[in-house]
Design a protein around this ligand. Structure first.
Ligand code: SF4
Length: 614
């Protein structure tokens, strides 16, 4: 019996209308702990090479972590699947309270395979699992579908994951909305859900989480809350949410402007937290039991876009649908983000692809649809494209629905030169030309262009990591740092923590909470070891699904075009620097020169069996 776990994984086969309960095995919890770890192992073990991500054989998995649903602060849930946007591993995290509800219903994970013959939703209430007709919900946006299901089941306290029209239409960067404003946003998990004809998953549970040592667990959780309270970074998040990072990114030259051509935006303050509080009414909100309360809800107070917003305009959305498009009216940005949320479409990828389309049109690579002035700064053009993409409305909408990598390939004529992505995942809002460690992290991230699998920016700009001086522009010393950050991130993603929790909660306190909850004695380096194990399993999975290692690289813009503004003006990540960092990185990882894990690495991590599975 694993304490803190429910010891059950719910497997649902939509093709056959059946479900079964599988045990959460001890080897799985011992070597992979939970969350990302469970997802990596199960995906690797169960998906044949070249599985179609939108076919019935792909798995769509929802995991709470071992600490989710307990008094441990800032815990969340994660979705793991094979991404239709990148063709490789995808883990995407969501807040709110759905993940805790899955735990209370008695499951360490919900695994969905197959494809229903017609639209359905799942209704899971403890041991009761029903596959219900969702024909009447098809076509509803994310919030409307949530409301209709609650009405139908006559219970407002049910927690629900839904897709919107974007997921139904299999837009490759559609998301899963988990309750009102928390989303598994990146990589197209919503399209996988749509491909299974699965509109929603509704969950209600009544079971308790069994804690091994409640006294010590309570003490460790109290210490975690204290660490959060004492962190200045957490305080900034509590007051202003992630939008507080806009001015920082602008001052350091990392803020994308006009499809990442520039790193600063003269009107940045208008879309930052102070600009937001001037035009939006915002009240604090939080995921279940989170003392950080970074989330905000509210409304646009004045003007054409007056009305409710689905969330504060988070840093990434404000940057990619704001500065990246040369739009500084925060009310308009709020409107664009709301449209993405209602359709169920990743606002980050959407912002990047609209920026790409605006630049492509200005360069004469594509034509604007009739009557649309497709240029930077046009709110109307951005809004038009969101509707066109989500509804597959015209040839351009259809083209852009495939993501920036595929769209650029179809357009040809050097359009790939201005497509900003890594491995098909549109880049986050941190242009890396002035921070080479961030560049390396983006090149090597397991799910494609992502800033959340190791974020070295603050160390680089602070000039030091682990007591070693660091030059942000130099390729030296970056591989070691990035490997360590990625391992720690993957390791702590097994407890399915919120990344913002790590701004305050120490490694030691996470381990204390985990040990007291599960009754296992964990070593002080458990997150690094487990993270490294996961990173290697994911690498083997990605290679088995056809990952081309030449894709461990940056988009051309960051390599060929020197930054025209900001403190790192004139700098780029040269091919030579990129090759040097990549070589060092492979070496540190224990991979061969082709980026394939060495036998000795797999043996050391006790996953040498994985090679024979390939
Ligand atoms: S910090 Fe914000 S996103 Fe993270 S768990 Fe707390 S409220 Fe949710």
């Amino acid at each position: 019996m694993n304490e803190a776990y429910t010891n059950n994984l719910l497997m649902i086969d939509l093709s056959n209308n059946t479900h079964e309960i599988l045990p959460t095995s001890k080897p799985l919890t011992a070597d992979f702990i939970g969350g990302k770890g469970f997802g990596a192992k199960l995906l690797f073990d169960n998906l044949a090479p070249d599985t179609d991500p939108l076919g019935p054989d792909n798995l769509l998995m929802f995991f709470p972590g071992p600490l989710t649903g307990t008094m441990a602060p800032a815990m969340r849930g994660c979705v793991v699947t094979k991404s239709p946007l990148t063709g490789i591993f995808l883990d995407s995290y969501f807040g709110g309270s759905l993940a805790a509800e899955i735990k209370y219903a008695g499951y360490d994970g919900i695994i969905v395979k197959g494809r229903a013959k017609q639209p359905v939703y799942l209704w899971i209430s403890d041991n009761r699992v029903e596959i219900c007709d969702a024909g009447h919900l098809w076509g509803a946006d994310t919030l409307e579908a949530n409301r209709l299901i609650k009405n139908e089941l006559d219970d407002d306290s049910i927690k629900i994951a839904t897709i919107g029209q974007a997921g139904e239409n299999k837009i490759l960067y559609s998301l899963i909305c988990c309750e009102y404003n928390r989303q598994a946003g990146r990589g197209g998990a919503g399209a996988v859900m749509g491909s299974k004809n699965l509109k929603a998953i509704a969950v209600k549970g009544s079971k308790l989480v069994n804690i091994h040592d409640p006294g010590e667990f309570k003490k460790a959780c109290q210490d975690a809350v204290l660490e959060l309270e004492q962190s200045p970074d957490v305080e900034a998040l509590r007051v202003a949410g992630t939008a507080s990072a806009i001015e920082y990114a602008n001052e350091t030259g990392l803020l994308p402007h006009k499809n990442y051509q520039y790193g600063t935006f003269a009107r940045a303050s208008k879309i930052a937290d102070k600009g937001q509080s001037k035009h939006l009414w915002l009240g604090s909100n939080a995921c279940m039991g989170c003392p950080i309360r970074c989330s905000k809800i509210g409304a646009v107070r004045t003007g054409k876009y007056k009305g409710f917003v689905t969330d504060i305009i988070e840093y990434e959305s404000a940057a990619l649908l704001g500065s990246n498009l040369d739009i500084s009216d925060i009310r308009a940005v709020a409107h664009l983000v709301k449209l993405c949320d209602l359709y169920g479409m990743d606002s980050m990828s959407t912002g990047t692809i609209i920026g790409f389309a605006m630049e492509a049109c200005e360069k004469g690579l594509i034509e604007a649809p009739g009557g649309i002035d497709l240029k930077f700064g046009s709110i109307e053009a951005a809004e038009y494209l969101i509707h066109a993409i989500a509804n597959l409305k015209d040839p351009l909408g259809k083209l852009l629905s495939k993501g920036v990598k595929q769209a650029a390939r179809v357009i040809g004529n050097h359009a790939e030169d201005i497509a900003v992505h890594t491995k098909g995942l549109e880049s986050p809002a941190w242009g890396p030309r002035g921070v080479s460690g961030m560049a390396l992290a983006l090149m090597t991230t397991d799910r494609g262009g992502c800033h959340q699998r190791g974020f070295p920016v603050s160390y680089e700009l602070g000039g030091e990591w682990n007591g070693t001086p660091l030059d942000p522009l130099s390729p030296e010393g970056k591989a070691q740092m990035v490997v360590a950050l990625q391992n720690y991130s993957a390791g702590t993603d097994t407890v399915v923590k919120c990344d913002f929790g790590t701004f305050g909660i120490s490694e030691k306190t996470y381990i204390r909470m985990l040990s007291a909850a599960t009754g296992r004695v964990y070593s002080s380096d458990i997150f690094y070891i487990t993270g490294e194990r996961i990173w290697n399993v994911v690498r083997l999975f990605n290679l088995s699904q056809g990952l081309d290692i030449s894709e461990d690289m940056l988009p051309r813009r960051f390599v060929e075009e020197p930054l025209p503004d900001g403190p790192a003006k004139g700098h780029r990540i040269s091919k030579k620097d990129m090759a040097y960092m990549k070589k060092e990185y492979y070496k540190k990882r224990g991979w061969d020169e082709n980026g394939v894990p060495l036998e000795t690495t797999l043996k050391r991590l006790r996953i040498d069996y994985a090679r024979s599975n390939q």
